[in-house]
Design a protein around this ligand. Structure first.
Ligand code: SF4
Ligand code: SF4
Length: 295
């Protein structure tokens, strides 16, 4: 089962929830930080990193001597990353998504694969769990290709099929967030009971609902704000999976980089119950798939 922990905005406690969920998970688990612009799940889980490697994207490099300026490549590229000016072929590496289409379509074999560094992928152990993380190179604008590389790196390691996966998704509702959650079995939306939390929860529901996975809501910092988030969930048929009480002790645990189930062990049953509810949500939406997944 793949669980994505997501939120419409940053600062709602998404990573706190992902780390606490991982701490109580009762089956073989991988934890993955796909908030590649600002990964911080490792600060909670303290993994022992076994391997870090550079992740590249494949970009075209032109051999001007071969190019006949037929424009087949520039007409194909939907990202406008390659442009033919008649006598010169311009390639904009930072706009290239690495699909390889231009290289394939070139009749003169004038385009060869080159590389651009996206960032790094790290893998390690956090106790009995495995941990994966992508970290975008400073100045790099495109995070989805790196996120795909992190997912694919995990798949290449043996024995992943029977392990559950918790993804700490990037906040927001743009392309990176969609890429992170799109192949999940269930999406856990973390929000807070404030007008800001409600506004961004609405955006997240609107963005993620067409993707198909069932969604449930975790209300963090319960006790501040009002009931508008609960009313919205009720109107939308979104299950409220749990409420995490607002407390100074939890805020201090967060600021110390501690998993809140360790700082406040009385919350362990709450997160175990959340894990079970996520399983039930996934099972209800896809019984056949769940029957073949772990536990
Ligand atoms: S498809 Fe090949 S030959 Fe045609 S413009 Fe592009 S690089 Fe040049
Ligand atoms: S690899 Fe794909 S995205 Fe990049 S320039 Fe070629 S067609 Fe465009």
């Amino acid at each position: 089962m793949i669980v994505s922990v997501a939120s419409g905005k940053g600062g709602t406690g998404k990573t706190t929830v992902a780390a606490a969920l991982a701490s109580v998970w009762n089956a073989p688990l991988d934890a993955m930080d796909l908030d590649v612009e600002a990964p911080n799940l490792h600060l909670f889980l303290n993994p022992k990193i076994k391997d870090c490697r550079i992740a590249n994207i494949e970009i075209p490099v032109v051999d001007e001597a071969r190019c006949t300026h037929c424009r087949m490549c520039s007409e194909l590229c939907q990202f406008k990353a390659i442009s033919d000016l008649g006598r010169i072929l311009l390639i904009f590496p930072e706009m290239c998504h690495g699909c390889g289409g231009c290289i394939t379509v070139c009749p003169e074999k004038a385009l060869k694969p080159g590389t651009r560094e996206l960032g790094e992928i790290c893998w390690g152990h956090a106790g009995e769990q495995d941990f994966f993380m992508g970290r975008l190179r400073i100045g790099e604008a495109m995070s989805p290709p790196l996120m795909r590389e992190v997912k694919s790196y995990r798949k290449k390691l043996r024995g992943r099929e029977d392990r559950d996966l918790i993804i700490d998704a990037p906040p927001g509702t743009s392309c990176p967030a969609i890429n992170a959650v799109m192949d999940s079995d269930v999406i856990c939306l973390v929000t807070e009971p404030t007008p800001f939390g409600l506004y961004d929860l609405k955006l997240a529901v609107e963005a993620f609902r067409p993707l198909g996975p069932p969604m449930g809501v975790v209300v963090n910092r319960d006790g501040i704000g009002n009931d508008a988030v609960l009313d919205f969930c009720s109107q939308e048929g979104l299950p409220v999976l749990t409420k995490i009480p607002f407390s100074r002790r939890l805020a201090e645990a967060y600021s110390d980089g501690r998993v809140i189930t360790q700082a406040a062990p009385e919350l362990t049953p709450l997160f175990k119950d959340l894990a079970e509810k996520l399983r039930q949500l996934s099972r209800a939406s896809s019984p056949a798939k769940e029957a073949t997944s772990h536990a």
